[in-house]
Design a protein around this ligand. Sequence first.
Ligand code: COA
Length: 279
Amino acid sequence: MSTTDQPWGNTVDVTFDDQIAFVYFNRPDKKNCMSPTLNREMYATLHALEVDDRCGVVVLTGRGEAWSAGMDLKEYFRETENQSDTVKMRTREETAAWQQIKLRNLAKPTIAMVNGWVFGGAFTPLTSCDLAIASDDAKFGLSEINWGILPGGNVTKAVADTMGQRNALYYIMTGETFTGKQAAAMGLVNESVPHDQLETRVRAIAKVLLAKDPVVLRAAKEVFKRVRYMDWETSNDYIYAKGDASQHRSGGDFRTGAMKAFLDDKKLKPGLDTYKKED
Ligand code: COA
C-alpha cells in the first residue's frame, strides 16, 4: 500500500509490508537530496509511524539510484542565504529535529537500507538509524570539503561516533568516495551485500527484530544511545531503572514465559533462539 497521498506530502513515500514500513527519500530526480520540505515531511512521517500499528520496524531507503545525496545545495543552502536569521535557524532546527531527535530516538527499530549514493548531510540520518545494511557498490562521500565547507549538521559527530579517527579524518579531509564494502569494513554500516540481495537481507533482520519484546527492544536501544555519555555509576543506576521500567511497561510476560521455557519446560535455549509464545 502506498501512502503518497498522506498529509506529509510527496518528498517522502511509505509502503507497508509484513509489519515493515519502508520509508523512501522520494526525490529520485534530485538524487534524494534533502530540502527544507523533505525535512519537514520526514519528521511528520516518522512521527506518524511511531503510533501506526502497520509499522513494527522502519526501513529508511531511497527511490532510484541514491540513498540521499545530502543536503539540497539549492533549496537548503543557496535559497536560505538571504532569509532572516529566524527563518535560517528554523530550517536548521527542522533538519536536526528529524535526523537527530525523532529518527535517532524512534520508538520503533530503524534500519538504513543503503541502496546508492550517500553524501555529506546524509551521514547524519544514516548513523541515527539503529542498524545499516548497504549495497556492496553503494558510494559514500564526505564531500563537504570538495565544495568548501566542513561537515556540519552534526555529520562530523556522526562519523566520529561510527568510523574511527583514521578513516573519519581521511574522508573528511580528502572528500574521496568509498564503497558499501569499505563502509562495512570500517564499521559505518553493519554489513554490505550484493545489490540484488539488499532488500532480502534487510527483511530478514527486520523479522528478527519483530520477534522481540517491542517495549524491551525500545528500552535496549535507548539505553545504548544514552549510557555512552554517562559515568559508570550513573549508567548502572540508569540501566537498572530502564530495565525495571521496561518490564513494568511490557507486563513482563515475554521474560517470564522465556524463563519457564528454558528452566522448567526445557524447550528453549535463549542463548541460541528467541522466545516465542508457544515455546
Ligand atoms: N543538492 C542539490 N541538488 C542536487 C544534489 C544536492 N546535494 N545532488 C544532486 N542534485 C541534483 C543535481 O543538481 C541534478 O539536478 P538537475 O537535474 O536539475 O540538474 C540532479 O540532482 C541529478 O544530479 P546529477 O549531478 O546530474 O547526477 P549524477 O548521477 O551525474 O551525479 C552525484 C550524482 C550525487 C554524484 C552528484 O549529483 C553530486 O555530486 N551531488 C552533490 C553531492 C554532495 O556533495 N552532497 C553534499 C551535500 S551536504
